[in-house]
Design a protein around this ligand. Structure first.
Ligand code: NAI
Length: 739
């Protein structure tokens, strides 16, 4: 037999317990060991009169059965006094069942102020006053169970009960918020809508129905919801006649009607009314975050696809299906994690693959594991991330049904956060960041984060062009794409020329790219090449080490990031000429084949770290905030952008950075006036939206470990003000250096 649910040691208040449902609850709690406060004003059903008899009688009944009970005759409007009785008699309060109620039914037109106010005072205000008086005690003891009593009349409406319906559904709203605020203190709050024969219902129900809808049939649900074994919170239950059902909200898929930069018209609402109201595939948002998430998604679709007018998902999906590409399905998909284990041998093989040679004594530190400064070339960071795409990773992504013989490597971005170890096991996590329709083909952006023992080592963005897969009706550009930057309009500051060997591709492929295009003449001929071509990433490695030597003394710790576009193929044996322009810590580069003068890498740059910088950890240890670095960078970007960011974002963002529960920094990013500005400290102007976030969580968001929406849902990022403006956050946090 199952163990009976007992309430020994618990103190329970049942309001309006002098009769009807409340009396049943009080008796049942008393029987199961609780100390019960039996509250009842003892008035009539319309809220008139007063008597102690009703509560006294129930107390006697409980005591007669050996239970513990005390009466209280205050109105629930005097919540403090009611709770004080519990504290005085039993020393605490654990459970509150808000049950007291009256009726003043009238058709709406005849409802007087008194009818309205009295109903609200007893039901809604009474429950508020009693619960508020109990709240701090429950919070301190980290236990509380609260029941609100609503009604089917509130949920569905009922003729003649406008006052009562409004108050009863108000109780549900109150319960929903208490459930959220109380959860962390183990205070759980649920709502019931009972149906039972009582003096309240005897005028509206026939006698035989009244008899069969016994109040005692409701009691078991109330007892269960109040037990410490029950973890239900924020539930709404209809209960009666021995039946219990749970209710929740249902929402149609709805219809997005807005096009970019245009308002929606009432005519558009009229014309799409059926689909707005169509409950096929309805969703059931369980909380405000899930509800808002839909709006956030709509906004991002409107912004990225230029608008819809019809169902955005359907229109894109239909045209995409024809080409085998469906961005709605593919974007955001994560590929399975891949691991890459290596030793110094792979580091040396890679260095040889990108043309390092013992001819240059400076190269020994990358070619000889016994060298005192033996290191891994920073561009080796592309190698572990490549395995995420190999092994058919990309082909398994839903919505990317592509012909792999038509795939070209378009661009590459690599950012290194720590010098790469010379051996170890790294894990890479790849996500489809975006899919663009370039007309003649589709461009797939794949973001790959590579970790060593949980620590982010480097980030790659692969831009893969699929010839002939365009025309699916998608967008042409993406804010997620790492931008190319043309070189300054002057002669290069430095030029380095280096020859590749006849076996350069044969050597480079041993680092992991075994595409026969780079070794098999027959295969290369099928692709229209007169001979096997060099890997684009091999030229990329050449160019990067040229910069490293020219401007960073071959010090891998000075290397921050590289971006290139692959323009034309290089044949093994040709010479590569890297032209460089120094602009601060950014070295613009362009790579040519010396023999033909053809540009092979364009729009490219390498970012170097200036002098060795304090790491975020160092700063934190010194008491500084990691977020300071990010804001400093945001400030620089605002300056660099001219008025571009202001045009795009048109928002003032406030930030409150928390540490150990205290606000430790305030920032304002003004992207509304002038060319934009960053302010530290409190701000005197109008802020559109304010974010509150801990220093650590802020870094997680900035580094892409958690996206802002998820951080919001998880309660890590709190948002005040115009929540829609929070959408624009992606624009300022995009492309962010993983500091
Ligand atoms: P009831 O009239 O038998 O019990 C209500 C009790 O509340 C009475 O003993 C009354 O004296 C007491 N009360 C009224 N005003 C008070 C005040 N200001 N302070 C303290 N006590 C006060 O009614 P019943 O049917 O047991 O209703 C209990 C609760 O269930 C009510 O909130 C009612 O609205 C709700 N309800 C009942 C339904 C039913 O089918 N019986 C249907 C839907 C909701």
């Amino acid at each position: 037999m199952s163990v009976p649910l007992r309430f020994d040691g618990k103190v329970v208040l049942v309001t309006g317990a002098g009769g009807g449902l409340g009396r049943e609850y009080a008796l049942a709690f008393g029987e199961r060991g609780a100390s019960v406060v039996v509250n009842d004003l003892g008035g009539d059903i319309k809220g008139g009169g007063k008597s102690s008899a009703a509560a006294d009688k129930v107390v006697e009944e409980i005591r007669a059965k050996g239970g513990k009970a005390i009466a209280n005759y205050d109105s629930v409007e005097d919540g403090e006094k009611v709770i004080q009785t519990a504290l005085d008699e039993f020393g605490k309060i654990d459970i509150v069942v808000n049950n007291a109620g009256i009726l003043r039914d009238r058709s709406f037109a005849r409802t007087s102020d008194v009818d309205w106010d009295l109903i609200h005072r007893v039901h809604l205000r009474g429950s508020f006053m009693v619960t508020r008086a109990a709240w701090s005690h429950m919070k301190n003891q980290k236990f509380g169970r609260i029941i609100m009593t609503s009604s089917a009349a509130g949920i569905y409406g009922n003729f003649g009960q406008a006052n009562y319906s409004a108050a009863k559904l108000g109780l549900l709203g109150l319960a929903n918020t208490l459930a959220i605020e109380g959860q962390k203190y183990n205070i759980l709050c649920n709502t019931i809508a009972p149906t039972a024969g009582s003096r309240l219902t005897e005028t509206v129900m026939p006698p035989d129905l009244l008899e069969s809808l016994k109040a005692e049939y409701v009691t078991p649900l109330v007892l269960w919801l109040c037990h410490d074994q029950c973890h239900e919170n924020s539930g709404l239950f209809e209960v009666g006649a021995g039946w219990i059902g749970k209710l929740r909200w249902e929402r149609s898929q709805g219809r997005s009607l807005r096009t970019k930069n245009q308002n929606i018209s009432p005519e558009a609402v009229r014309d799409h009314w059926d689909s707005i109201c169509d409950f096929t595939d309805a969703t059931k948002p369980a909380n405000i975050q899930e509800s808002l998430q839909t709006l956030v998604e709509v906004l991002s679709k409107v912004d990225s696809h230029g608008g819809v007018g019809v169902n955005p998902t359907a229109s894109l999906a239909t045209s995409a299906a024809a080409s085998g590409i469906n961005p709605m399905e593919a974007v955001g998909q994560k590929l399975s994690d891949s691991t890459f284990t290596y030793s110094h041998i792979q580091c040396i093989l890679y260095a040889l693959g990108v043309g390092m040679s013992t001819n240059d004594p400076d190269h020994l530190g990358f070619l000889y594991e016994g060298h005192e400064d033996f290191s891994c070339l920073p561009t080796f960071g592309v190698i572990p991330s490549m395995s995420a795409m190999m092994d058919g990773g990309l082909s398994s992504v839903p919505g990317l049904n592509i012909d792999f013989t038509q795939v070209l490597h378009g661009e590459q971005y690599l950012e290194v956060y720590k010098p790469l170890p010379t051996s170890g096991t790294l894990t890479s996590q790849a996500t489809i960041a975006d899919v663009l329709d370039k007309g003649s083909g589709a461009l797939i952006l794949m973001d790959v984060n590579t970790y060593s023992g949980g620590e982010l080592l480097c980030y790659n963005q692969w831009s893969v062009f699929v010839v002939g897969a365009g025309g699916f009706g998608g967008k042409r550009t993406s804010e997620k794409a790492k931008a190319l930057v043309p070189p300054p309009n002057r002669a290069p500051d430095a030029v380095v020329t280096d020859s590749t060997t006849r076996d350069q591709a044969a050597l480079y492929r041993l680092s992991g790219d075994f595409n026969p295009l780079h070794i098999d003449p027959g295969f290369a001929a099928m692709g229209g090449f007169k001979a096997p071509i060099l890997h684009g990433l091999c030229s990329f490695g050449f160019a990067a080490r040229h910069v490293l030597k020219q401007y960073a003394n071959n010090d891998p710790s000075r290397f921050k990031a590289i971006k290139v576009r692959f323009v034309k193929p290089v044949l093994p044996g040709q010479s590569l000429q890297t032209e460089m322009w120094k602009e601060g810590n950014r070295i613009h580069i362009q790579c040519k084949v010396k023999e033909t003068d053809a540009v092979v890498l364009s729009g490219a740059y390498v970012d170097l770290h200036g002098t060795p910088e304090a790491s975020p950890e160092d700063l934190t240890q010194a008491g500084a905030l990691q977020s300071e670095l990010v804001f400093a960078e945001i400030g620089r970007r605002i300056k660099d952008s001219g008025s571009e960011l202001v045009k795009k974002v048109n928002t003032v963002f406030g930030w409150e950075i928390m540490k150990d529960g205290k606000t430790v920094a305030q920032w304002t990013i003004d992207l509304k006036s002038g060319t934009g500005a960053l302010h530290k400290g409190p701000y005197s102007g109008q802020v559109d939206v304010t974010f509150t976030v801990s220093d650590g969580d802020f870094m997680e968001v900035v580094q892409g470990a958690i996206n802002p929406q998820k951080a919001f849902i998880a309660g890590k990022l709190k948002i005040r003000g115009n929540i829609m403006k929070a959408q624009k956050l992606d624009i300022i946090l995009k492309d962010f250096a993983k500091l």
